[in-house]
Design a protein around this ligand. Structure first.
Ligand code: NOJ
Ligand code: MG
Length: 515
């Protein structure tokens, strides 16, 4: 169980309106260590490194320090120690495929064609007409190439122009990133979420991408308008993954969780054979892209079960800092059922800070967007208490809070019927059940609108029923061995439920013991 903290938005201790490490330290109780905690296993911290913040930290100008706006290296050391005291593992964000334009490596690389680090990035001559070397488009819009007047060549960037791509074909780049990993491992960090790894390698011939015509569900049409066949998810990326995994293996017990925005049948390439030659975990984004229907969830689960190599479990999230929050995407009234499904799936689950209180996207934000790719709405500050700034800051928050008076941690902590209480119940259930933690998952067909699966470990067998429909559904749960003992329910329920004709209310979910 991982909990993602977007550091700018979690808690601000120094009153500058931007979340920071001392703020996180002061709110670790939400994660682990007390009776009120969610009790997760690990925290993943989005980037906290020095950065001009063109992509709010995913443009790094120094990989081995902490940005002053977030605190100091000493604060991070304190955080590591405090996490470990509470039995929490700390994962940082490793961004191996690009740096900031302000990183000294890039400053050196662009200084002259003959610079020692010229080849640390991808430079290419203009095409014969003087335009970019090929038709590749960047993930957030515009060409993937930016012209550099001083040296008369273009540099490559998969994201913003402020994020030049590192050239992973150069062994010096690999060695430099390995040193970054070792630096943090030596500080006691337990692992990394590995950013945008599918962008590590590109076609050396720089061939043009074909236009994207149809979406490949559940993925939308590629935002670049192209099928990125030559600059993304290249077969050689696997070599990079193996390399990173070998570095992690120098240290016992360290975890790498890959981020690759590809379908699960491609994601498996990043997981290797399950015996340690690939990432131990990689996010399956299909779950965060699907519509709200039992059929879509079934397809996603079936695909994960079909493709994930033995020895590895899927990694799931419904929300993160890049995607519309699922309470908004699916609709708020579905939050309890969404939580029940997420927290009973087979695999590692990642929660995005705020989802446990049902936070929604900001419906509107004043002024021009701070993030050019339009992701401000899902990054608004965490709502800790019922006050205008929600206990997030004593100053002026960098993004406005959405609805702290009606939705906040303090109020929900005192309410056993709250969404927060429900998340805590489900997390406790998951911890206490070997079947939920690592049991096998089997899907069942009971009703078109009901997602039904069993989780089994040895003698322990639990049945999950989720009515995703907006009408009641009656199912024969006896046919798949339900005993009628209700272990958890989204709504009011007796301890025993009928089994052969079990009526599920709209959006009702149950965990039943099975014989
Ligand atoms: C994925 C990160 O989650 C996103 O926030 C970032 O903009 C890109 N990678 C580029 O680093
Ligand atoms: Mg601050």
């Amino acid at each position: 169980m991982i909990y993602q903290v977007y550091p700018r938005s979690f808690a601000d201790a120094d009153g500058d309106g931007i979340g920071d490490l001392p703020g996180l330290l002061a709110h670790l109780d939400q994660l682990a260590g007390t009776e009120l905690s969610l009790d997760v296993d690990a925290v993943w911290l989005s980037p906290i490194f020095p950065s001009p913040m063109a992509d709010f930290g995913y443009d790094i100008s120094n990989f081995t320090d902490v940005a002053p706006v977030f605190g100091s290296l000493a604060d991070l050391d304190r955080l590591i120690a405090e996490c470990h005291t509470r039995g929490l593992r700390l994962l940082l964000d490793l961004v191996p495929c690009h740096t900031s334009i302000e990183h000294p490596w890039f400053v050196d690389s662009r200084s002259s064609r003959g610079s020692a680090r010229r080849d640390w990035y991808s430079w290419a001559d203009p095409s014969p007409d003087g335009g970019p070397p090929n038709n590749w488009r960047a993930g957030f819009g515009g060409p993937s190439w930016t012209f550099d007047e001083a040296t008369g060549q273009y540099y490559l960037h998969s994201f913003y122009p402020e994020q030049p791509d590192l050239n992973w074909r150069n062994p010096e780049v690999a060695a430099a990133i390995a040193e970054v990993m070792r630096f943090w491992f030596d500080h006691g960090v337990d692992g990394f979420r590995v950013d945008a790894i599918s962008h590590a390698m590109k076609d050396p011939q720089l061939r043009d991408n074909p236009p994207a015509i149809d979406p490949v569900p559940p993925f939308p049409v590629d935002p670049t308008g192209q099928y990125r066949i030559w600059n993304m998810d290249r077969p050689e990326v696997v070599e990079v993954v193996r390399f990173l995994q070998r570095v992690a293996a120098e240290y016992p017990g360290r975890l790498l969780v890959g981020e690759a925005f590809v379908p699960v049948d491609r994601l498996v390439a990043y997981l290797g054979d399950g015996a340690g030659d690939g990432f131990a975990r990689a996010f399956d984004f299909e779950l965060s892209l699907i519509e709200w229907s039992a059929e879509a969830f079934k397809v996603t689960i079936r695909r994960a079960e079909r493709f994930t190599p033995p020895g590895i479990e899927p990694t799931w999230a419904l929300s993160n800092h890049d995607l519309s929050r699922h309470a908004t995407r699916f609709g708020e009234r579905r939050s309890r059922l969404a939580a029940l499904i997420l927290l009973t799936l087979r695999g590692t689950v990642c929660l995005y800070a705020g989802e446990e209180i049902g936070m929604i996207d900001a419906p509107e934000l004043p002024g021009p967007p701070l993030d050019r790719a339009g992701r401000d709405a899902q990054r608004t500050p965490m709502q800790w208490e019922a006050s205008p700034n929600g206990g997030f800051t004593s100053g002026h928050p960098w993004l406005p809070l959405v609805d702290p008076l009606s939705r906040n941690v303090a109020t929900q902590r005192g309410d056993p019927a709250s969404l927060l209480a429900w998340y805590r119940r489900l997390l406790a259930l998951r911890r206490s059940s070997a079947a939920l933690r690592h049991g096998a998952l089997t899907l069942h067909e009971l009703h078109p609108h009901v997602l039904a699966f069993t989780r089994q470990d040895g003698d322990e067998r639990l049945l999950v029923l989720a009515n995703l429909g907006d009408a009641a559904a009656t199912v024969d749960a006896a046919s798949i061995g339900a005993s009628g003992e209700v272990v958890a329910a989204t709504g009011p329920r007796e301890r025993a439920a009928p089994t052969s004709a079990l009526r599920l209310e709209p959006r009702e979910g149950l965990v039943l013991r099975a014989g």
